[in-house]
Ligand binder design. Structure first.
Ligand SMILES: Cc1ncc(COP(=O)(O)O)c(C=O)c1O
Length: 465
């Protein structure tokens, strides 16, 4: 998530929670009667201070800067399995997993060996290679809606290709997205759609022309009436309905199955394309993504993260009839110098080989559930309001009573509490996403011991929050 809520987040949390209100290591030690030794971050501080002089905000992607939780980020040195180590040699149980791709664990030996072997043949061909066929076949076999696929280098690129495709296919311009869903940083998706501007399509970032978002209409997640209203007001003009089939960019929000089914129905009735943006959920909530998990098949799917196994890959795919519009099979132009490069294809294939084994996603969901149940029990024990949920290897919790059904509900969670919680977990060795509007990610490498330790640390932190 990155930009869609960044501005709102900074505004809403900066006043409530500045780094100064984060308990320092020493204060926290005094507050806590518990034995956990707190980390210190001297080298991270030094490197990040230098980074801020070199790159805007010191980072290559905004949410990494910890703006919405306060304090500075830690600078990573290396990752392996379920763990990350920072430059001060602090070890973390990592539930960010490089924002989703590390589903089989970081720096998996099989993936690394395969990538090294491929690298000996060259990093990029810019020409067809067999590895593309192999990964394409795996994607087509896995994802119910996909009959043909185009590889890109990121989820953003996949979504940019997808929106052009649905417009080309339907010869309509307007699309419906949902408040709180992120589809990468292309102009037409950067619509905040807060309450007052719910369907006006006002741009969310300076630099985005109003004309670029004028055809982006926003509805409320899990609220089919808000979708119906837009269809009624824009008869025969809606090219597509685009959504995260489980939201991971406003925290973690599950759809009602009936909501997905109603979207399937209304798009079919109106000759519009249903698009699931499975950049985050694809191969993570189930091998076939959220469409397999909920049994609702869209027309077009966007993918990313997991299919690159840690290297940059995105993809969009769907019905053959739609995909054959993409150049050079058809007239809709979209291209990429490094798209389908052999290194990324290899990491993706090796990752998918592990994920297609039976029972993987059931095991991921069992571990996600163990984690959220433990966190909820600890929070309730210490008198904190909390609501939590999970699907496969994806989970989240909010410091609010819930239920959280849409972005508006998510904004009721307590940002100040989240900021303190985040820093205190970090100081004790648990690396969580630095925003209450991000989901958490479980991997095959996390052990029950890791999860139990996380819950113990959470119990300690929640007793002091
Ligand atoms: C659902 C969804 N779509 C698109 C994107 C954009 O992907 P990328 O960051 O690879 O450009 C993201 C990124 O988090 C995402 O979660």
């Amino acid at each position: 998530m990155k930009l869609a809520f960044a501005t709102a987040l900074m505004a809403s949390t900066a006043a409530a929670f500045s780094p100064a209100s984060v308990p320092s290591a020493n204060t926290a030690l005094k507050m806590s009667a518990v034995e956990t030794e707190l980390y210190t971050f001297e080298k991270s501080e030094e490197i990040f201070a230098a980074a801020k002089e070199l790159m805007p905000g010191g980072v290559s992607s905004p949410v990494r800067a910890f703006k919405s939780v306060g304090g500075n980020p830690v600078v990573f040195d290396r990752v392996k399995g379920a763990y990350a180590w920072d430059v001060d040699d602090n070890k973390y149980i990592d539930y960010v997993g490089t924002w989703g791709p590390a589903i089989i664990g970081h720096a998996d030996d099989e993936v690394l060996d395969a990538v090294k072997a491929t690298m000996d043949k060259g990093c990029s061909f810019g020409a067809p290679c067999l590895l593309e066929n192999q990964l394409a076949q795996k994607v087509i076999d896995a994802v119910p809606s996909v009959e043909m696929v185009r590889f890109t280098n990121s989820g953003t690129e996949a979504c940019m290709g997808m929106i052009r495709l649905v417009r080309a296919y339907t010869q309509r311009e307007k699309v419906i997205k949902f408040e709180g869903c992120y589809h990468g940083h292309a102009d037409s998706f950067l619509v905040q759609a807060g309450s007052g501007v719910a369907t006006l399509g006002l741009p969310d970032s300076p630099g985005v022309p109003a004309s670029a978002t004028a055809a982006t209409l926003c509805a409320q997640y899990n609220d089919i009436e808000s979708v119906k209203k837009i269809f009624e007001d824009n008869k025969d003009e809606i090219a597509a309905v685009i959504l995260e089939p489980v939201v991971g960019n406003s925290g973690f929000i599950k759809p009602d199955k009936e909501f997905l089914e109603a979207l399937r129905e209304i798009t079919t009735e109106n000759g519009s394309v249903l698009v699931f943006d499975e950049v985050m959920t694809g191969f993570r909530v189930a091998y076939g993504g959220a469409q397999e998990y909920f049994g609702v098949t869209p027309d077009v799917t966007t993918m990313g993260k997991v299919i690159g196994g840690g290297l940059p890959v995105g993809a969009y795919g769907g019905k053959r009839e739609i995909m054959e519009l993409v150049a050079p099979a058809g007239p809709m132009y979209q291209a990429g110098t490094l798209s389908g490069n052999p290194l990324a294809m290899t990491a993706g294939i090796k990752t998918m080989e592990r994920l297609e084994q039976p029972g993987v996603h059931e095991e991921l969901e069992r571990k996600s559930k163990m984690l959220i149940d433990g966190i909820v029990a600890a929070a309730e024990k210490h008198g904190h309001e909390i609501s939590a949920d999970c699907a496969g290897g994806m989970f989240g919790w909010y410091f609010t009573k819930g239920p959280v059904k849409n972005f508006q509900d998510a904004t009721k969670a307590d940002p100040e509490k989240f900021g303190k919680w985040h820093r205190m977990m970090l100081e004790r060795g648990v690396y969580l996403a630095p925003s209450m509007y991000e989901a958490g990610f479980m991997s095959m490498a996390h052990t029950e011991e890791d999860i139990k330790r996380t819950i113990e640390i959470a119990d300690e932190v929640l007793s002091q929050l």
